[in-house]
Design a protein around this ligand. Structure first.
Ligand code: FNR
Length: 342
C-alpha cells in the first residue's frame, strides 16, 4: 500500500475509532478554594516550550501531510485555526516529502497559511541529522518534533522491525540543530526511564503522547480487520506519563498529550507538571465536522474555561497552576505508588 493512501486511511480511522477517554484524568481532583482572591481578568495563560514563548498553553499536535491534496487541505485548515488563535501547530511526519519532493507542498501549506506563527516540523527517529535539518528548513520551523512510534510499527505487518540506534540519532540531531527538539510519543506514553535516556543525549523537551486518546494500535488493527488485535490496550495513560516525565530528577520541559479534550484535562496536566498540552484527534474531528470556525470556537471556549479554572484555584499564571495541589485516586494512584512516584 502506498504511503499516501495509508495517511488518508489513518485520518478516516482516527475519526471513526474515536477517543477512549482512558487517560486517567478522572482520577485527578483539584482542591477547591472558597476565597481565591483573584479576578478572571488577572489571569495570564503565557507559557514556554523550551525557549519558545507561547500566548496560550495549547498546541495542535502532529497529524498529516504527504497524502496529496487531501492532506494539504487539512493542513491548511489546521494552520488557519492556529493562526487565528496564535497557537503552535505541527505537521505530520515529513519523511514522505523527504522521499518524494512532489509532497512538499502538502506540508509547506502550513507555513504559507500561517507565515508568522510557531510551526513544528516532524520526523521519525529513523531520521538522520541531514533529514532533520531538511524538515526544519522546508517549513522554516521553530522547533522539530521527533516521534517515537515503535508500537504502531510493530502492529503493522509491513511495519519497521529495526529500532537500534534511535537514541544516538536523536542525540546527534539535538546537538546539530539550531531550533529546539521535542521528542514525542504518539499515544503509548513515556516512562521516566525513557525520559532519563532522552535527557542523557541532550533532549530537554518531551511530549508524553500518553495512552487514552487516539490509539494507533486500534487504528492499524481496524484497517486490517484483525481477528486477534493486539497492543490495543498497551501504553502508559497520559496522566501517569505526565507524572513520570515530570519527576524532579528529569528536569525537562514536559508537554502533555494523548486524549486531551477539555479545559479541565489541560489544567490538570499543567498541575501535574506540564508546560502546555497538545491536541490532535479532537481538533481533526472538529475541523472535519464543524469546519475551521467550529474548531476555533471549540478551542476559544477551552482557553476561557482554563481561565475560569485558574480563577477558582486562585492562581494567576501557569507557573502557579503547576504548583496547585491535587488529589490523586484510583488506578492512577495505584500506578504511581507501584512506581514510587510522589
Ligand atoms: C497522528 N499523530 C502523529 N504524530 C506524529 O508525530 N507524526 C505523525 O505523522 C502523526 N500522524 C497522525 C495522524 C493522525 C490522523 C492522528 C490522529 C495522529 C499522533 C498525534 O500527534 C498524537 O501524538 C496522538 O494522536 C495522541 O494525541 P490525541 O490525538 O489523542 O490528541
Amino acid at each position: 500500500m502506498s504511503r499516501s493512501k495509508r495517511k488518508l486511511e489513518h485520518i478516516e480511522h482516527a475519526l471513526n475509532t474515536g477517543q477512549s477517554r482512558e487517560t486517567g484524568f478522572d482520577d485527578i481532583r483539584f482542591i477547591h478554594h472558597s476565597l481565591p482572591d483573584v479576578n478572571v481578568n488577572d489571569i495570564s495563560l503565557t507559557s514556554f516550550i523550551g525557549e519558545l514563548e507561547i500566548g496560550s498553553p495549547i498546541f495542535i499536535n502532529a497529524m498529516t501531510g504527504g497524502g496529496g491534496k487531501g492532506t494539504e487541505g487539512i493542513n491548511r485548515q489546521l494552520a488557519e485555526v492556529a493562526r487565528e488563535l496564535n497557537i503552535p501547530v505541527a505537521v505530520g511526519s515529513q519523511m514522505a516529502a523527504i522521499k518524494n519532493a512532489s509532497e512538499i507542498s502538502t506540508y509547506q501549506i502550513i507555513r504559507k497559511t500561517n507565515p508568522s506563527g510557531i510551526v513544528f516540523a516532524n520526523v521519525g527517529s529513523e531520521a538522520t541529522v541531514e533529514q532533520g535539518k531538511a524538515c526544519v528548513d522546508m517549513l522554516e520551523a521553530n522547533a522539530l518534533q521527533i516521534h517515537l512510534n515503535v508500537i504502531q510499527e510493530l502492529v503493522m505487518p509491513e511495519g519497521d522491525r529495526h529500532f537500534k540506534g534511535a537514541l544516538e540519532r536523536i542525540g546527534d540531531i539535538c546537538s546539530s540543530l539550531s531550533v529546539p527538539v521535542i521528542v514525542k510519543e504518539v499515544g503509548f506514553g513515556m516512562s521516566r526511564e525513557t525520559v532519563k535516556k532522552l535527557k542523557s543525549v541532550g533532549v530537554s523537551i518531551v511530549d508524553v503522547g500518553g495512552y487514552g486518546g487516539t490509539n494507533f494500535s486500534k487504528i492499524e488493527n481496524a484497517r486490517r480487520d484483525q481477528r486477534l488485535p493486539f497492543f490495543n490496550d498497551w501504553g502508559i495513560p497520559t496522566v501517569v506519563s505526565i507524572a513520570e516525565a515530570s519527576q524532579g530528577e528529569n528536569d525537562c520541559t514536559v508537554l502533555a498529550s494523548g486524549g486531551i479534550q477539555t479545559a479541565s484535562d489541560i489544567a490538570k496536566s499543567i498541575s501535574l507538571g506540564a508546560n502546555a498540552a497538545g491536541m490532535a484527534g479532537i481538533v481533526l474531528k472538529k475541523v472535519q465536522e464543524h469546519g475551521v470556525g467550529g474548531a476555533i470556537d471549540y478551542l476559544t471556549s477551552i482557553l476561557y474555561e482554563i481561565k475560569l479554572i485558574m480563577t477558582a484555584l486562585g492562581v494567576t499564571d501557569i507557573n502557579m497552576l503547576q504548583r496547585a495541589p491535587l488529589v490523586i485516586t484510583g488506578h492512577t494512584k495505584e500506578w504511581l505508588e507501584e512506581r514510587n512516584i510522589s
